[in-house]
Design a protein around this ligand. Sequence first.
Ligand SMILES: Cc1cc2nc3c(=O)[nH]c(=O)nc-3n(C[C@H](O)[C@H](O)[C@H](O)COP(=O)(O)O)c2cc1C
Ligand SMILES: [Zn+2]
Ligand SMILES: [Zn+2]
Length: 641
Amino acid sequence: MLGYCPGQFGGLGCGPEAQRDKRVAEATSRGEAPICPKYLLPPLKRSAPEPAAPAAASEAGKEAGKEADGAQEPPTKKQKRQRGQNKKSERSGNVAAFRAVKMSQLCSKLAYLNSCEDADEAAKGTKGRFCKFCKPDTDIAAVLAAKPPPIGDSCPVLKAWGVCPSGLNCRFDGHIVDGKNVDACGAVLTADSDWAKKLPHVGHRKGELNVFDYSLVRHLRQKTYDFDRSAATNKDWQRYVSGATDKPIGTLCDVERLPLDFSGKTILAPLTTVGNLPFRRLCVKLGVDVTVGEMALSGSIVDGAPSDLSLLRRHETEKCFGVQVAGGDIEVMTKVAQFIDEKVDCDFVDINCGCPLDELHRKGAGSKLMGNEKKLQGVVRCMSAVLKTKPLTVKIRTAHYEDQKTKLLEYQGRVAHTLVPQLEDWGASAVTLHGRTARQRYTKMADWDYVKTVSKARTLGTPFAACGDVFTWEQAMEHRNDHGVDGVMIGRGALIKPWIFTEIKEQRHWDISANERFDLMRDFCHYGLEHWGSDARGVENTRRFLLEWLSFSCRYVPIGLLEVMPPKINWRPRPYVGRSDLETKLGSPNSADWVDISEMFLGKVPDGFSFTPKHKSNSYERPQDSAAPAQSREDAFTEQG
Ligand SMILES: Cc1cc2nc3c(=O)[nH]c(=O)nc-3n(C[C@H](O)[C@H](O)[C@H](O)COP(=O)(O)O)c2cc1C
Ligand SMILES: [Zn+2]
Ligand SMILES: [Zn+2]
């Protein structure tokens, strides 16, 4: 094993090799990262007074101490609740804070193009319809004068795009001249400028695809979208299941489907909330080959719900991009496939057969779908039949839940190996496997030997990718070489250290500096401001998603502090100090430190703001606490559930 901490080559504090090996064995047997002693803070005793810690580390140390101690015992009910989603009072506090912030903003059209035609027309009496966001006789100068001080003097969106659609509402400086929004050349924006054609309003984002215009959304909402093709496919399926015909639908030989190539590729796993477009852009920059959007609910897409439609957005830098849909109804899943086939720019459509969320299970969706073979066949065949050119992929687990009766048999109730040849037959162009059952969540390590069994069970050589605990380039190589996967999919590893994609590409360990990590966070914020906007609301959205990501990234233990390599995803750190104050701060499990970090990029949080991560990724719990089905979309993927 390759040691990284300089101490082990004779420096102070680490001692001879035998002692180091003992320390490493002890730490790893407790599930702790083997951090070189000179970086470790003394363990905290619950009742003892707090130890003197370096200033920057004190808060981090306190919290991490709690985590490390707490990991030995199951949490009380109260602790569990506190680590959950924002409490009701916190949520309403945040909502009130954001509402106050938003209320002080100008109509977005007026803010961007310096005039709002609806308001102007109404004022002239020609149109008779006020813009509901324009207040009559708005004193623009007074609104601008009342704005809080800018977060920074150069607007990142203006810098990236040459224009800032948030305009007069922007929280950054640099494009408001004499009370008017100007572009990067200093030209005042008007309803006639070229920018108004290129980016008609704030909802259009430069470089983003799958922005649907309102008339299309209205067709979905009013149920006037033409789903005849889906209806015909469902009829064919009915005839096939009833035995009226023996011509199956959906098989690959029926269609002109483009092949999907996962070979040698890295794939960013679909990640609800945290796998948002700005984060995916960051991973693309760091070398990921394939990206997948967050899980969207088929019913919500077909009903035209803006929140789920927005999950289909793609950034132009995502060279191979898939959208993921969940659902347990054959007709609705067929419709969603048709809609994506016709209106969505993507390289593949993925069926979620892995989500452990109770709410989805009640609809027969998520991992429950892989437990219902007949329905799954209907979903795969019908979606496959309506997708003319876009490949269909299926993301499964080793099983929905292990069957207690078969648990002692050869495959312990796991079924993926029997399912995969069928998925190939029904029309799947690729399969991805998460090497655990839904019940297991993250409590056991993924079983890569079983992944290999599943890979071998393929009969048509369908592209195959798998995920589970990948954290180093060596693991990625091993899975490709020894476990029969074409592509390696990475979820939490990418959240903790998105540069894992660079490491895999370059086959090296990157002892990334705190400043480099900080720069990546800045990149994320800039991408976030482009995506969510740089007005007060966009800034707060960017902050919220940054904080969600920081709740994972704080788990990264700099490899330069480790006594042995390579690191493991499930090692938790004891309280430590980094090589700089910033490194210490970035490793803090305390959400107050994450908020501080967010303020370095996004300015002060609004009054009354508080944050508790949705995914609770920073907590470590005992396996037995995780078996129940998850209760919320975010809960479904926490490590404690
Ligand atoms: C925060 C989070 C969100 C997730 N969201 C989804 C999702 O929307 N769809 C899905 O199929 N899997 C989702 N997963 C599961 C991952 O895609 C992946 O299968 C799993 O985390 C195992 O890979 P890993 O060990 O590399 O994290 C999520 C996982 C996490 C941690
Ligand atoms: Zn207006
Ligand atoms: Zn701006």
